[in-house]
Design a protein around this ligand. Structure first.
Ligand SMILES: Cc1cc2nc3c(=O)[nH]c(=O)nc-3n(C[C@H](O)[C@H](O)[C@H](O)COP(=O)(O)OP(=O)(O)OC[C@H]3O[C@@H](n4cnc5c(N)ncnc54)[C@H](O)[C@@H]3O)c2cc1C
Length: 604
């Protein structure tokens, strides 16, 4: 029998990013006992990296904006596969959540008359992103943390959850270990909120941090929950591509929002060459009009550089494939050109995009106020995730809730920039509220010690194999290569089938992986544990990708390059079958109420 310490909570939140912190604050405000577990230190969750801003239709910069336009933009961006109820709640509630952040101390950039400033971003009709330069996530996490630590929430930093605990169908807690000493911990809770973020570390080129190993999606799946829309992985068009050591690091869309433009090796603005029909009416037809839009001219339309991320990423890929890419296989992103239009442009760029300026100066020895950047697509965001009820955020497992990037629904086939930070606070709050309510309505379930024992034993197996086992890093590296090459930005059925074969082989190798050393801060051990989650979600992404035989949003298939209306009415759900393997189902979309249909029609 392995030893472990037990903690008792009403609500356990797994994750201390924007979604987890907001959920914890809300649950705590309902008067229940709340614990938060996070793999990293408080303040280091991935949310801290968010740059460009948080989308909310406050109408501070353009008073034509309102929830109806934001809802229609989000649905169009998601190619209508979004959970419309979530898109509605999100558009309606985001402004209140941003004002709440302000009331809790967030210092947003300001308009001249002292209101929260909002900037342009891809796919948003009006300037909508409240921001703090290009360090919005930092301010958000600081604010939520400052607020949260005064609520009596019990934080467990550097703890990794290994398994969710069940009592019959219901989730009654989680079991994990502390990374510092490697001691096991049991968190007994009446309700659990997963807020563990994305899966980007399944790919070789990614903007995501080390934490993004798909833990929440994998834990939920193993606990019997369904996953939805897992074929939709967002490849952000602008990651750094040079030098190789920094490949994948994000270059915020805010650069294009501030007037930056994409050019190919011949200096051509190639984004004007292919404007999707759904965006024709809203897109500038000259460079001049596009520039005026970025400078706040309300009569101008958005430049095509600010089309949705899926489209921009594919246009860059097309330029590269057809021999017009930049020297290192991407495109040029040029903000320096605005010196032709703005006096003091260098100061202006440094003020608006301080992190980008430093990022390129320090990592690539390039001054973005003088020279164009070289950029290319990078794995960025997971639209799919744990299937939840749109109002309560409860998953298909009673007592298990999910919010933020690990949950599915809001974004459909493609997320608009800025809609994640607002997702975190809108649905983090809801998850916290309804998890607290669930905990007040249900007693503490029983813990199955066999389940705990099995999880502890399985997690320690790599130590038993020791140096004789294969290094888990090597397996992780090969998985990343496989996903990048075969389930990447453009896929085919044959490639994804090959990926499944490879994943099967890697899984067999993982079962023989070994690590040395002891349990204290043992990175090899952490990697072996992460690998299990990465393999689970990678397989599910490939299976969902094979199933959707069309191209839509972030899912582009070379063997089915067109959008197919039949698939527009279906979400793909993957849930565990009786033997624990993934079972694929088609979920017909619920009819949208007439009122929401009208909103979409009036914003065509
Ligand atoms: C570079 C970059 C810039 C971005 N900019 C923007 C932007 O400007 N606007 C926008 O809307 N979106 C942006 N995004 C996306 C956005 O930042 C993320 O989608 C969002 O922050 C995710 O928040 P979250 O609360 O869901 O998860 P996170 O903030 O990632 O938090 C996850 C938490 O879960 C914990 N965790 C994970 N697994 C376990 C486990 N097994 N046990 C215990 N704890 C665990 C982690 O330690 C962490 O605390 C950006 C993303 C990147 C990469």
């Amino acid at each position: 029998m392995h030893e472990f310490v037990t903690h008792e909570f009403d609500v356990l939140v797994v994750g201390a990013g924007g979604a987890g912190l907001r959920a914890a604050i809300e649950a705590s405000a309902a008067g229940v006992k709340v614990g938060v577990v996070t793999k990293s230190l408080l303040g280091k969750a991935h949310t801290v990296m968010a740059e460009g801003g948080i989308a909310a239709a406050m109408g501070n910069v353009d008073d034509r904006d309102n929830w109806r336009v934001h809802f229609a933009d989000t649905m169009r961006g998601g190619q209508y596969l979004n959970n419309w109820r979530m898109a509605e709640l999100h558009a309606k509630e985001a402004p209140a959540r941003v004002r709440e952040l302000e009331a809790w101390g967030a210092v947003f950039d300001r308009t001249k008359d002292g209101r929260i400033l909002q900037r342009n971003f891809g796919g948003h009709r009006y300037p909508r992103l409240a921001h703090v330069g290009d360090r919005t996530g930092l301010e958000m996490i600081r604010t939520l943390q400052d607020h949260g630590v005064h609520q009596g929430i019990d934080f467990h930093m550097e703890h990794t959850i290994l398994t969710l605990l069940k009592d019959g169908d219901r989730c009654v807690g989680a079991f994990g270990y502390d990374r510092e000493r490697g001691r096991f911990k049991l968190f007994h809770a009446k309700a659990v909120v997963l807020a563990t973020g994305g899966i980007g570390r399944a790919f070789k080129i990614t903007s995501n941090s080390w934490e993004y190993t798909g833990d929440g999606q994998s834990l939920a799946f193993q606990a019997g929950a369904s996953l939805l829309d897992m074929e939709f992985v967002q490849f952000h068009p602008t990651g750094m591509i040079w030098p190789p050591s920094v490949m994948g690091i994000l270059v915020t869309e805010g650069v294009r929002g501030e007037g930056g433009v994409l050019r190919n090796r011949d200096g051509k603005r190639f984004m004007f060459d292919d404007i999707p029909a759904a965006y024709k009416n809203q897109t500038a037809d000259s460079e001049e009009e596009g520039w005026r839009y970025t400078q706040g001219d309300k009569t101008a339309r958005r430049p095509p550089d600010l089309l949705t991320r899926d489209h921009v990423a594919r246009c860059i890929r097309r330029e590269v494939k057809e021999g017009r890419g930049s020297p290192h296989g991407g495109a040029f992103l040029d903000i320096a050109w605005i010196k032709e239009r703005i006096p003091n442009s260098a100061e202006h760029i440094k003020k608006k995009l301080p992190s980008m300026y430093h990022q390129f100066k320090q990592l690539a020895d390039l001054d973005i106020t003088k020279e164009p950047m070289e950029v290319g697509p990078t794995t960025h965001y997971m639209m799919g995730g744990i299937e939840v009820d749109g109002d309560t955020q409860m998953s298909t497992v009673p007592g298990l809730f999910a919010a933020g990037e690990c949950a599915a629904g809001l974004h459909g086939a493609n997320r608009l920039g800025g809609n994640s930070l607002s997702d975190l606070v809108v649905f983090g709050k809801r998850a916290g509220e309804f998890a607290a309510r669930f905990s007040q309505e249900h007693g503490a379930g029983s813990i199955n010690t066999d389940q705990v024992e099995q999880s502890a034993r399985r997690s320690l197996e790599p130590f038993e194999r020791g140096a004789a086992g294969e290094n888990p890093y090597a397996i992780q590296h090969e998985l990343q290569e496989t996903m990048q090459d075969l389930v990447g930005i453009v896929r085919t059925g044959e490639e994804m089938e090959r990926a499944l074969d490879e994943i099967g082989k890697l899984r067999a190798r993982m079962a023989k992986a070994g690590i040395t050393g002891n349990r204290e801060y043992n990175n090899g051990w952490h990697t072996a544990i992460d690998l299990h989650n990465l393999l689970t979600v990678s397989e599910i992404v490939a299976r969902a990708g094979i199933e959707r035989k069309e191209s839509r949003g972030a899912h582009f298939r070379d063997d089915y390059p067109a959008r197919d209306d039949q698939w527009g009415g279906v979400n793909i759900r993957i849930r565990p079958s009786a033997d624990g393997g993934p079972k694929v189902e088609h979920v017909p979309r619920k009819e949208m109420p007439d009122e929401l249909r009208r909103v979409i029609a009036e914003n065509k």
